[in-house]
Design a protein around this ligand. Structure first.
Ligand SMILES: [Zn+2]
Ligand SMILES: [Zn+2]
Ligand SMILES: [Zn+2]
Length: 138
């Protein structure tokens, strides 16, 4: 993915486009699957220290650029958001798939079905994770 796309997103979200922010975002734009935090640390460790990386990821989640998916092992994974996501609200109402073989997390095109929540409870978001064998491992 070209630099321009990452910069474009940062501009749209009114974030300063620092080199490190662009670097992290490009990684997500180039990836079809979600990326786990340990994987990012391993990949970007030489360029970006853990604290900075963690801060960038948090900013991206808060701004509606990335959404967080916690996998089978309790590890945080991040994936690029839909353009409908904003700082106020995420709209990533799709099913996630966690492969039990390669442990990758996928954002599926499958929508989370509408479900009614018990009276008195107000859900801000609903997540649905399917576990099994992914397309590549199948
Ligand atoms: Zn989102
Ligand atoms: Zn797999
Ligand atoms: Zn997703």
């Amino acid at each position: 993915m070209a630099d321009a796309d990452a910069i474009e997103i940062l501009k749209r979200k009114k974030l300063k486009h620092t080199k490190q922010r662009i670097r992290v975002l490009e990684d997500f734009l180039a990836n079809a699957t979600a990326i786990s935090q340990p994987m990012l640390e391993k990949k970007l460790g030489k360029e970006i220290d853990r604290v900075t990386l963690y801060r960038i990821l948090n900013t991206y989640v808060n701004k509606g650029i990335l959404h967080r998916i916690v996998d089978l092992n309790g590890t945080a994974n991040y994936a690029i958001c839909s353009s409908a996501c904003s700082a106020d609200q995420h709209h990533d109402e799709h099913v996630h798939f966690n492969c039990t073989n390669c442990y990758k997390v996928y954002c599926l095109a499958t929508k989370v079905p509408a479900i009614s929540i018990t009276d008195g409870f107000k859900a801000d978001s609903i997540s649905l994770i399917a576990y099994g064998i992914c397309k590549e491992c199948n």
